[in-house]
Ligand binder design. Sequence first.
Ligand SMILES: [Zn+2]
Length: 264
Amino acid sequence: MESDPHAPLWRHLTLRCYRELNDFLPVPSRERCFQFRFSGQPSLKSVLEGAGVPQAEVDLVLVDGQSTTLDHPITGGERLEVFPLLEPLEIDSFTPLRPRPLPDAFILDVNLGRLARLMRLSGLDCLYRRDFDDEEIVRLACEHGRGILTRDKGILHRGAVIHGYWVRNTDPERQLLEVIHHYALEGRLSFFSRCIRCNGLLHTISRDEVRDRVPAGAWREHRHFFVCDDCGQVYWRGSHHRAMTRTLTRLGLLSKTQGPETGP
Ligand SMILES: [Zn+2]
């Protein structure tokens, strides 16, 4: 039998993905070493793309035990170990792919509107607009050093994305906990400090100043009011505030005794 002179010369490497990166692999390749087939001399980045693992979620790749960069040429026979974001202690002796520090400001895709509200409620800086398209999200993320949070894996495969994360959960409250845990944001939460409509910061405003800007009942019942620096929305500690406090307490983010000190 004659071989086809135009057939690519296949090479192989051994690939192992760790932790949540397995979510991007077909089931038989998860949590184990598997053979990955390729031709030519691709970069490490191309191999990751070929395997379906978005480079935006990869923090460290060991090629035969050595940390390396995404442009590293792959020739065949290597053993690749691919890690997602790691704790600083775990990564100490290696060179991570992602620049440090990790982002503490975010931009969310169109599917994550309810998560955006919960994140703002928790004081996290997040841009969200229903009319942002993928290109705009990537551009704004790069310009302002924001991490992209998305339910669309496709956006993370764009080459320009530096920090990006595919949110696994579909329930917004679980998504909030997932993102806080993934980016280790526990120490950065500041409840009721940000406008849930526009992401602006809130500051206190005197009761007299808001007399004509809030319903008469709210003005009579409440002493403390807060206003958004950006859109002018006025907040007070009404029923919505109480409901959100209960939600944050139920999620374990706010303890029963630790009421929000400031904010509406
Ligand atoms: Zn606002």
